[in-house]
Design a protein around this ligand. Structure first.
Ligand code: SAM
Length: 310
């Protein structure tokens, strides 16, 4: 799990990711004067860099995790505050990362879900429809599991349609799945970004005001599937009360309704959490103007309840 040395043929590039709702994250986690913070989605390290400033001077630990080997490669190539420890792996592994530092609990944790601008800009990952010739990969960790192209090559039409409907909320999911499977029969399987964009353009009518690309929902669905994004979030929400200290805080930024619903319902229904943000917090107009990527962000924060059993 500690960041390993991956032999990629590409040099790690500097991050271009701008952290979303930075002031709010620092406010909600800084307020508890933390000594140990977990940043479960380290990405470009923007939140971590700010959160380091909330730790006591020269003390404490900031434990970062990210599933993307490109992140650990970048971290290894940079100079760091000795209080920062970044691990390669899913945020589900937060307890193991803490244990590797002889810690059992964190005072605060942040999850900033989804993908980073670095991943979107990487022409080899398949995250952006503008990189037409890229392989349709869509994994945060391209070294484990199945790529989206492989997933589409091996699953049944009904399963593909259901995933696109459920995780992309795409009403034309059946048409898209039918076309994907028809291409397989013609031995012209969907392999690249361009292939999938072409299928979606053929199956999804242009939205009235052209505000959403016909492939947006399908890409979102496949990304969620190949990374088991909702499963990782659900499992972590269940385990987090075991590794966040009493009155410690968990802050989660989500970017679509499927994630936000899981966070909202778990915080509300699980007695181990006290909700601190009755309504989700949204980025300011000024932030959205400066960083359009933040426009759909919703931040929810909960406190680990203190019960007689904890
Ligand atoms: C929105 S970016 C985080 C950006 C970061 N907060 C910053 O300020 O630079 C999301 C990151 O989470 C990572 N990620 C997604 N799912 C993950 C998981 N289950 N465990 C760990 N990292 C994950 C992605 O690889 C990506 O780098």
């Amino acid at each position: 799990m500690p960041a390993e040395n991956h032999s990629h043929d590409r040099e790690p590039i500097a991050t271009c990711h701008v952290p979303v709702m930075p002031n709010e994250i620092v406010h909600w986690l800084g307020e508890i004067s933390p000594s140990v913070i977990v940043d479960g989605t380290y990405g470009g390290g923007g939140h971590s860099a700010l959160l380091l400033k909330t730790l006591p001077t020269g003390q404490g630990h900031l434990v970062g995790l990210d599933r993307d080997p490109a992140v650990s490669e970048r971290v290894e190539s940079e100079q760091h505050d000795p209080r920062l420890h970044v691990f390669l792996g899913s945020y589900e592994k937060a307890p193991q990362a803490l244990a590797a530092l002889d810690l059992t609990v964190a005072d605060g944790a942040v999850l900033d879900l989804g993908l980073s601008s670095d991943q979107l800009a990487d022409p080899h990952r398949g995250f952006s429809f503008t990189r037409a010739s890229a392989n349709l990969d869509l994994r945060f960790d391209p070294e484990s599991g199945q790529s989206a192209a492989q997933w589409l090559a091996w699953n049944k039409e009904a399963e593909i349609a259901n995933a696109i409907y459920r995780y992309g909320e795409e009403r034309y999911s059946r048409r898209i799945a039918r076309e994907i499977v028809a291409r397989r029969r013609r031995e012209a399987s969907v392999k690249t970004v361009e292939d999938l964009v072409e299928v979606c353009k053929r199956c999804v009518p242009r939205s009235k005001n052209h505000d959403i690309h016909p492939a947006t929902r399908t890409f979102q669905a496949l990304r969620i599937v190949v990374n088991d994004e909702l499963g990782a979030l659900e499992r972590t929400l269940q385990s987090a009360p075991d590794w966040i200290s009493g009155r410690g805080r968990l802050a989660i930024i989500s970017f679509h309704s499927l994630e936000d619903r899981i966070v909202k319902n778990t915080f509300r229904d699980d007695p181990r959490w006290n909700v601190l943000t009755k309504k989700p917090l949204r980025p300011s107009e000024q932030e959205v103007e400066q960083n359009p990527r933040s426009r759909s962000a919703k931040l929810r924060v909960a406190e680990r309840a203190v019960t007689s059993a904890t």
